[in-house]
Design a protein around this ligand. Structure first.
Ligand code: 4G0
Length: 236
């Protein structure tokens, strides 16, 4: 997969995306992440990327032309495969696991990180396929949302997680929250691990974990439990 990011803060994003599992994914070429500095596509000596909004009001708006030129640059350097283009903004489609699973189907993504009060609407209309939000809150920039989207997508690429079952078993993939986990020591500060997990009885372990997942989902996310129950009815 190829992921290209148009941003005013490539160094901050690199620091996040070049760590741990994402670093390994890039080393074995599961994903190629490229950064484009938006300021490189301005034509004045100050590198002006924003301006006052027409109609007045507070805040600044990212200008259309540098963004348009950054897209031209990426597409002329690499015409194929055609990308899906994303814009990170609070107005976007809410990111969830089904959307992540849609995004990972694309061979190439371009992410534009927004700032200030937003971006000139004309370049969004021209260049953006999908506006994505990571939740109902405002951040200072679209870089952290871009990093969140990329992390969620890349971990689904083949070979990125050591064990493919670890992604398949995720809550939001199964539709239920996770069951509790335990490791050594078997007794820690007087608290023992549930007996069933030490029994070595695989079927009993699976049954216990499923019951725990149901109970925890009922307590913490009754909305998810209802969705899960509806999906179970459809399966029969
Ligand atoms: C575009 C995304 C970008 C418009 C970006 C702000 C939160 C998210 C930005 C704005 C972001 C999110 C209209 C404030 C940059 N904050 N929830 N900040 N406006 O995904």
């Amino acid at each position: 997969m190829i992921i290209e990011i148009i941003t005013l803060f490539p160094e901050g994003l690199k620091a996040i995306l070049n760590e741990s599992i994402l670093a390994r994914a890039q080393r074995f070429s599961a994903v190629d992440i490229e950064y484009v500095q938006l300021r490189d596509f301005t034509d004045d000596k100050h590198g002006t990327v924003d301006d006052k909004p027409f109609g007045g009001g507070p805040g600044m708006v990212l200008k259309a032309d540098p963004i348009d030129k950054a897209f031209d640059h990426l597409l002329s350097k690499r015409p194929q495969p055609a990308p899906l283009t994303l814009f990170t903004s609070p107005q976007g489609r809410r990111l969830d696991q089904p959307l992540v699973e849609e995004l990972v189907q694309h061979e190439r993504l371009i992410l534009l990180c927004g700032h200030y009060k937003g971006v000139d609407q004309r370049v969004l209309d021209r260049r953006i396929d999908l506006e994505v939000s990571i939740g109902d809150y405002i951040l200072t920039g679209g870089e952290l949302p871009a990093a969140v989207i990329i992390d969620a997508v890349v971990r689904l690429l083949p070979g990125v997680l050591g064990d493919p079952e670890s992604a398949a078993g995720d809550s939001f993939t199964t539709g239920l929250l996770d069951y509790p986990h335990y490791t050594q020591p078997a007794i820690w500060q007087g608290e023992s691990v549930p007996e069933v997990l030490i029994s070595g009885h695989h079927a009993r372990v699976e049954k216990w974990r499923h019951e725990q997942a149901l109970q925890i989902t009922r307590e913490k996310r009754p909305d998810l439990l209802e969705q899960w129950q509806a999906s179970q009815h459809k399966k029969s």
